[in-house]
Design a protein around this ligand. Structure first.
Ligand code: ZN
Length: 54
């Protein structure tokens, strides 16, 4: 999901290193983009981390 315009892009490939939004034109390193998306949802991070440990 583009954190700039909140449009979801399912066409993004796992191999793509750079996230590119066809809607607003926002481009960013995919890993950085994902990290910033997760940073906006701390509760989701906690639940995921817990499920990994258990
Ligand atoms: Zn966008």
């Amino acid at each position: 999901m583009c954190r700039m315009c909140d449009v979801k892009h399912e066409s993004l490939k796992l191999d793509d290193r750079v996230f590119s939004c066809p809607n607003c034109g926002h481009t960013e390193d995919r890993d950085v983009h994902a990290a910033k998306n997760l940073a906006g949802a701390p509760e989701e991070i906690c639940s995921r981390a817990g499920s990994v440990r258990n």
